[in-house]
Each structure stands twice: as structure tokens, then as C-alpha cells.
Design a protein around this ligand. Structure first.
Ligand SMILES: O=C(O)CCC(=O)C(=O)O
Ligand SMILES: [Fe+2]
Length: 351
């Protein structure tokens, strides 16, 4: 595929390998080091063979197809209780219907859920059999992704000399958000002024991302060029969110990315851009978690670059901006983190 980013690949089974005494094997230490380097150098990487099988992902995509094929009126029965500015919404979202200016909104629909046993913030489900089967699968996926994220956090903590589980309490509430994303087919002309997901950084801890084969995800490189992130079977794409970046004092960048039409070589010559599905697990810190550079990464030579912020407040501010704008952050507006290392990384890349 033309203009594809070369992302590092980390092997998950090796990363989590332990000897009989429970210590990391040399292979595990090598992968831990490679993981840290990948996230430091790019903020994006492939995680090969995570404990989320291709079969599990394919089943979720089959459900996602069935869900988005339902009539709009049916999906609207579980319209996200928005939420404009209060947080990501569980249930169905359709930015073009809600945007102040639909002519600039992202060309996408999505279904979102928090942990399913959170009674304060109940998820919304349709009650047909397919939706209930999708619920069972999404709940399992949620827990599988949480486990993978704990392993990634263990590796990152150890790499800076902290205890294996030092970062685990920060995500103990499982405040994560899963979205099934649907980018409908659209005439090429529709992409003249709009994209599928405008350039943005993710807000939270780490994102695990899967897609069904349709290309179009792009990552912003240091040199200011966007490059396609190619889909790989049996891999999750992993990227760093703003708040994890803050914990690491900007060393791990929360890299700008976007979704546009696929490259010409993968989309055929028709006048329509085919639809695309993706599945994202946004790992989030506990809402009331104070996020500030970890003592292990600051020193006299590397003083803290970020003010402390509560995780929930940061996410709300980012979501509010998203809903006010009706789309992900547009490139010139990407200043929410201005003055911080996260934006220094982002804005130096977009100039
Ligand atoms: O659909 C994709 O591949 C990426 C979506 C994304 O970046 C997001 O929803 O934050
Ligand atoms: Fe994203």
C-alpha cells in the first residue's frame, strides 16, 4: 500500500511470558523494551496476537454490521443521552445529526458502551436477540482488553523502574469506553470538505484499535506528513492517549491521527468510497485520578512539564470541544493542550 507507516510490532505472547518463578523471561524483557521504544518514538504500534483473537474481533464486526444495518429509527431508540459536553455517550451516536454544522461533521456513526455493570451510567441496548448477543460479546471484549492494558501498563511501569502493578490502581475502576465505529459508504465528492474522523489525539490512557479491512487510518509523522496505518490480521493497533502522555511527562507522545478515504490502490475505481468498520477500546484512568508526571520520569534535568489534572475533567473538556465542534478537532484547533508537551509534539508535527 502506498504511503504506509512502518509501525513497530510487539509480540504479546512474548511480552507476557514469565519463567516458572514468575519472573519475566529474556524474551519478555526484550519485548518490554521494544514496547517502550515504540510508544516513545511513534506513539503508535502493532500488538501481535493480543489475547483478543481474530475470531472474537470478526464476530464483533459481524454484530457491528447487523447493528448499523438497522433502520435509523431503531438505532435512534438508543440515541446517546447526550451528553453535549458531559462525556462520551453510551448507545448510538450520529455526529452529522447532532452537529451544529453538519456540513463539516465526521462522516461516521458509532455505538458506545462503558463497563456494563455500572449502574450510575447504564449502557443502552436494543432488546432484539442480535443486540443481546452483541452485548455478551462486547462485555467479554471489554474485559479482555482491560487485561491487555494491565499488561501494557506493567511493562511501561517496569521500564521506568516502577513496580509491575504500580499503574494498575489508576485504571481499577475500569472507566473504559468501547466504540463500534461505522463509516458509511459515500460518494467521493463527499470527501472534498469532510473526513471520516478529523485529526485528533485520543484523550485517555491507551487505545486498542481493530478494523475490518477498510484502510484509511492515518498517523501524523514527525515530518508533518500523514501516513496510512495498514491493517494487519491478528494485531491490535495501540496508541497513547493524552493522559498517559502526561504521566510520562510527554516522553510517550499522544500522536495525532485521523481517518480519511482509503488510498487509491485499495478502493477500486468506482465513484463510491466503500464503507468501513472499526472497533476501539479506549482505556481510561479512574475519573478522579490525579494525573501528573510520575516521579520516576522527572528530575532536575527533566522537570515536570504538566500541571496536575483530574482524568475525568480532562476527558470532559476534550469531549465538550468535540461536541461543540461537531467533529473531532480540526487541525488548526488542536490547541487544547497548547503549552504542554503533548501539543508541542502534535503541533510541531502539523506545521
Ligand atoms: O476508525 C479508526 O480506525 C480510528 C478511529 C479513531 O481514531 C477514534 O475513534 O478515536
Ligand atoms: Fe482516535
Amino acid at each position: 500500500m502506498e504511503n504506509a507507516a512502518e509501525l513497530p510490532r510487539i509480540d504479546y505472547p512474548q511480552l507476557i511470558e514469565r519463567d516458572p518463578l514468575g519472573h519475566r523471561t529474556p524474551a519478555s524483557r526484550a519485548q518490554r523494551h521494544a514496547l517502550f521504544s515504540a510508544l516513545r518514538d511513534m506513539g503508535f504500534m502493532y500488538l501481535r496476537h493480543p489475547d483478543i483473537s481474530q475470531g472474537e474481533v470478526d464476530t464483533l464486526f459481524a454484530h457491528s454490521h447487523d447493528f448499523f444495518a438497522k433502520p435509523l429509527a431503531t438505532k435512534m431508540q438508543i440515541l446517546g443521552r447526550m451528553d453535549r459536553g458531559r462525556g462520551p455517550s453510551q448507545g448510538y451516536s450520529n455526529p452529522a445529526l447532532l452537529a451544529a454544522d453538519p456540513s463539516t461533521s465526521d462522516i461516521k456513526e458509532f455505538f458506545g458502551m462503558y463497563r456494563d455493570d455500572d449502574t450510575k451510567r447504564p449502557n443502552q441496548w436494543l432488546d432484539d436477540a442480535q443486540s443481546q448477543a452483541m452485548r455478551v460479546r462486547l462485555v467479554a471484549f471489554f474485559h479482555d482488553c482491560h487485561t491487555v492494558v494491565l499488561e501494557l501498563l506493567s511493562a511501561l511501569a517496569e521500564e521506568i523502574g516502577m513496580a509491575t502493578d504500580a499503574l494498575h490502581p489508576f485504571v481499577a475502576d475500569k472507566n473504559h469506553f468501547v466504540t463500534c465505529l461505522f463509516y458509511p459508504d459515500a460518494p467521493k465528492a463527499a470527501f472534498k470538505d469532510r473526513v471520516r474522523a478529523a485529526a485528533h489525539t485520543d484523550y485517555g490512557c491507551l487505545t486498542l484499535l481493530f478494523n475490518d479491512g477498510g484502510q484509511g487510518l492515518q498517523v501524523l509523522r514527525e515530518d508533518g506528513e500523514f501516513q496510512y496505518v495498514q491493517r494487519m490480521d491478528n494485531c491490535a493497533i495501540v496508541n497513547v492517549g493524552d493522559l498517559l502522555s502526561r504521566f510520562f511527562n510527554g516522553t510517550l507522545p499522544s500522536t495525532v491521527h485521523r481517518v480519511i478515504e482509503p488510498p487509491a490502490s485499495t478502493r477500486g475505481s468506482g465513484a463510491e468510497i466503500p464503507d468501513r468498520y472499526s472497533l476501539a477500546f479506549f482505556a481510561h484512568f479512574n475519573e478522579d485520578q490525579l494525573v501528573q508526571p510520575l516521579p520516576a520520569v522527572i528530575s532536575e534535568a527533566h522537570p515536570a512539564l504538566f500541571e496536575p489534572v483530574r482524568a475525568g475533567e480532562h476527558v470532559k473538556a476534550r469531549v465538550k470541544q468535540l461536541h461543540v465542534a461537531g467533529h473531532s478537532l480540526k487541525e488548526p484547533d488542536m490547541g487544547i493542550e497548547r503549552g504542554t508537551q503533548t501539543t508541542v509534539v502534535a503541533s510541531s508535527k502539523i506545521q
